[in-house]
Design a protein around this ligand. Structure first.
Ligand code: ARG
Ligand code: ZN
Length: 873
């Protein structure tokens, strides 16, 4: 069944208040719910029946206004409970029974290790009780939790502790929670377990002290410091940057080891994948630390952008996700290096969102239909959605953007609203018309900007012509021109920014970046007062999520790489140069590496004044998958060979400067987590990696020494990866040693699995198959599944896309095993095969065969069915 935005109807009934009583148990949990219902004055009257959502529930009792209903008065129809002709105001009481231990989908109430926990977004609450499980029904909650204190001494829910904790006659523990802020059911959460709390405190801007607690399984108390520090920084940042203060009396976080996604912003009780909480420098990498900082902030920021103001329906998901991603990106930019953060975010957008936009699952930031909403927690809704907010912030400027968000919080607090409502606040506070801009929300596909220019030395004028067009996407053949902010600079021959004076303007502006606004399919800008032909620096800071095309010469790219005042475009010029060279090497395998390319590399390497994290970004070659995206037919093996060849050439031809940079970046304090230290580690490991790929014996010895030192996990993992790739006995020994040292730390063992699954060695699939039988492998732990199967299919193009189709068959077998257990995870794993049309005929056919094999299976989940059928469609 397809759900459409155009079918949206306000709910016939509203629920103002909910009382829930849980008797928690891993096998049999009883849930009693009393819903205070009222007919929605804003709804068109239906048949007077009340239809509540409910799945996998065993209804034991039902009463309306204290009276038990007779079987004639209600009906259970597939996923609904229908109560006949209810009065305009009433209280409905139900008791249901459920079995958390049988819940492998990890949606609703489930078991993780020794604890019980919930995940309700998007539609998991209906697996806990019968309810109007949609985000535009917002209620206050009072929750009673009852459990055996020997197993579950800690009982948590949303809101404030209600104080009257006690024991029942049978010895069970009974606690109450009150959530005074109306919220949609997807923000509901319960956690029960023998958990340990790490505590701190935050004093809000208005002086309210808030106890902060991070709950973890016993033994993990020493891994919460970074998460706590990130939380406190995020709370302060939201006050300072958005004027948003925390609202409840306590703030709790729980780290859970079985979790389908990153984390969940349940009101006052954020539940996290343990991966995004637990970290110590000896067991987590710098990337892990950055992930924790970003995700902790993201979930915290949802308290205002998502919880206090939520989505009217799931088509509006980007209202909360796009805005919250934008907020967490800006937060992280303020914590570390703004320039490096922007590069990382754009790299992710290009690697994940651009392919989505050009593939069979392409959808607008505000989709207009879906079969399974869980399939729409995508890079488009999240990352492209964040770019739409960023463009609006850019168009308004910081002051008016702040006024617009103030207005948004004031106007819609306590409501479930739409992306149009958000944009309306931007328009009001910004005093601008965003009618055309709103097409960004409804039009899928990545706009292509073709730029051409002409300099007239006689008049000193420079004409820049920009054509935009957006390729067709499934279901959207005609595209309208978009309102695109294009940040631009013009460089003189010395590499200095010129003043950008448009024809007709009387006074020249100061030299630097200028924001142009594109609206028509073709726009021409004429700049005057120029003495010489400038070099354009286009789309500075990546001012819009588009692909830009301009016929740069290699010399111009090198020039921009060396001189552009915009750090993002310096990096981008370097990436384009490397990409060109690599694609040329794919076409003609004997292509030599040109000296100017190596010179530019060496110059960047020698720049000791620059941020090493930025240099590491500049010197990182584009990923194999990204290179594939640039080809009309992906040449899997050619790309791999070219990239290896170039890396080896860099390693041998720049041996001395790479070794010098490696030595220079070794730090006295391997456990320091400052941005500077992280940057040094990134650059050092990149340099060592080039040397090792050149087969350099000394470098290999350095990698071995770095591994043996067992210091910071970033260095250990980087060295281990290098040793494993050499396919020698040393690699095997290092893997064994690593496993033995870390066998009791699941998050580290995930790295051990992933690293083997991503190895370029020819025997990798055989190894991955062996690892399926490893005692530590389990299909019911999503992190482990992602570490082994996900890392192989999504992170190892050359082995996954083996020409004999073994990788495809392997993935399909796993998806078919997983789908009955956990459809969300099964569906996510499919992603690499949805791109089958991008490959040669042989690989196309092999992938199609597997997709068709999936489609033949009876009882597929909606999740997998939707992705497979759209991919074939
Ligand atoms: N709202 C959560 C977050 O972005 C993610 C929930 C994902 N839900 C899902 N069904 N995939 O922080
Ligand atoms: Zn989110």
């Amino acid at each position: 069944p397809v759900i459409r935005l155009s079918d949206y109807q306000p709910p016939e009934f509203l629920i103002d208040h909910v009382q829930l009583r849980f008797e928690l148990d891993a096998q049999q949990t009883l849930v009693e719910a009393e819903l205070s219902l009222r007919r929605n004055p804003a709804a068109t009257r239906g048949d007077g029946d009340l239809r509540l959502d409910g799945e996998q529930l065993e209804l034991e009792a039902i009463r309306l206004n204290e009276r038990a209903l007779t079987p004639a008065e209600y009906q259970i129809e597939d996923a609904h409970l229908r109560v006949r002709r209810v009065p305009d105001r009433c209280r409905l009481w139900t008791r249901v029974r459920l079995n958390p231990s049988a819940n492998t989908a990890l949606e609703g109430l489930y078991v993780s290790g020794d604890m019980l926990c919930t995940q309700c977004e998007a539609e998991g609450f209906r697996r806990i009780t019968y309810f109007l499980d949609r985000p535009d029904v917002m209620a206050t909650y009072r929750v009673t939790l009852i459990a055996d204190p020997a197993r579950y001494p800690v009982l948590l829910s949303n809101g404030n502790p209600a104080g009257d904790e006690g024991r029942l006659d049978d010895g069970r523990l009974c606690v109450h929670w009150d959530d005074p802020f109306p919220k949609p059911s997807y923000l509901f959460a319960v956690v029960a377990g023998d958990l340990r709390a790490v505590e701190d405190r935050f004093e809000t801007a208005s002086g309210r002290p808030i106890p902060l607690r991070i709950y973890v399984e016993p033994g993990n108390e020493d891994k919460c410091e970074h998460a706590m520090r990130s939380l406190i920084a995020a709370m302060r940042w939201d006050e300072q940057r958005y004027g948003r203060e925390y609202d409840l009396e306590v703030f709790n976080i729980v780290a859970v080891s079985h979790f389908n996604m990153g984390a969940m912003e349940n009101k006052g009780l954020n539940v996290f994948n343990a991966k995004y909480i637990l970290a110590r420098p000896e067991s987590a990498t710098d990337t892990d630390f950055a992930g924790i900082e970003g995700v902790v902030a993201h979930e915290y920021f949802h308290n205002w952008t998502g919880n206090r103001i939520t989505c009217r329906d799931w088509f509006q998901l980007s209202l909360k996700e796009g805005f919250t991603v934008y907020r967490d990106q800006e937060f992280s930019a303020d914590q570390g290096s703004r320039g490096v953060k922007r590069i990382e975010d754009v790299r992710l957008l290009r690697a994940r969102q651009f392919p989505e936009d050009s593939g069979p699952m392409a959808h607008p930031v505000r989709p207009d239909s879906y079969i399974e909403i869980n399939n729409f927690y995508t890079a488009t809704v999240y990352e492209k959605g964040a770019e739409l907010v960023r463009m609006q912030a850019h168009l308004l400027g910081p002051e008016r953007f702040r006024q617009a968000t103030d207005l948004y919080f004031e106007r819609f607090d306590g409501q479930a609203v739409t992306t149009d409502d958000f944009v309306a606040c931007m328009e009001t506070a910004g005093g601008i018309d965003l009618t055309q801009f709103k097409r960004w929300y409804s039009q899928a596909g990545t706009p292509q900007l073709d730029c051409a220019d002409r300099f007239d030395p006689a008049t000193g004028t420079y004409r820049l012509e920009v054509r935009q067009h957006t390729p067709a996407t499934p279901g959207q053949t005609e595209k309208q021109p978009l309102h695109i902010p294009l940040a631009l600079g013009l460089l003189d021959a010395e590499g200095r920014d010129l003043p950008l004076q448009l024809q007709g303007e009387t006074t020249p502006p100061a030299p630097g970046t200028r924001l142009l606004e594109l609206r028509e399919s073709v726009e021409t800008f004429v700049f005057t007062g120029l003495a010489e032909q400038p070099v354009p620096s286009l789309l500075r800071g990546f001012s819009a999520p588009v692909q830009i095309h301009y016929p740069y010469t290699d010399a111009q790219l090198s020039f921009l790489m060396a001189h552009d005042s915009d750090g993002f475009n310096r990096w981008d010029a370097a990436q384009t140069l490397a990409q060109r060279l690599l694609l040329a090497m794919v076409e003609a395998p004997g292509t030599p590496v040109p000296a100017p390319f190596l010179d530019a590399f060496a110059r960047a390497l020698a720049d000791e004044a620059a941020d090493p994290a930025l240099i590491a970004e500049v010197l990182t070659l584009p990923a194999e998958s990204y290179l594939g995206d640039q080809m009309s037919v992906v040449d899997v093996d050619g790309i791999h060979r070219a990239r290896q060849t170039l890396a080896a050439a860099i390693g041998s031809r720049l041996r001395a400067p790479l070794l010098a940079a490696y030595e220079r970046t070794r730090s006295a304090d391997a456990f320091d987590l400052s941005h500077a230290s992280m940057g040094r580690r990134a650059l050092g490991n990149l340099c060592l990696g080039y040397l090792v790929r050149a087969g350099d014996g000394e470098a290999l010895a350095l990698a071995q020494r770095q591994f043996d030192a067992q210091q910071n996990m970033t260095d250990v993992i980087a060295a281990l990866r290098m040793l494993v790739e050499t396919a020698t006995e040393a690699g095997e020994q290092a893997l064994t040693a690593f496993y033995q040292r870390w066998s009791s730390e699941p998050l580290v063992i995930d790295k051990w699995f992933a690293l083997q699954a991503q190895s370029h060695r020819v025997d990798t699939l055989a190894r991955v198959e062996r690892l399926l039988a490893h005692p530590d492998f389990s299909l019911t732990n999503p992190n482990r599944v992602r570490a082994l199967i996900g890392a192989f299919a999504g992170g190892n193009p050359v082995r996954f896309h083996a020409a004999d189709g073994t990788g495809y068959r392997f993935l399909t077998d796993r998806i078919l095993e997983l789908d009955p257990l956990n459809p969300q995870i099964a569906s996510r794993l499919l992603y690499p095969m949805t791109r089958w049309r991008r490959y040669d005929p042989g690989r196309q056919q092999l992938q199609r065969d597997q997709l068709e094999r999936i489609l033949e299976v009876e009882g597929l989940s909606n999740d997998v069915y939707e992705v497979v059928s759209k991919s074939l469609g």
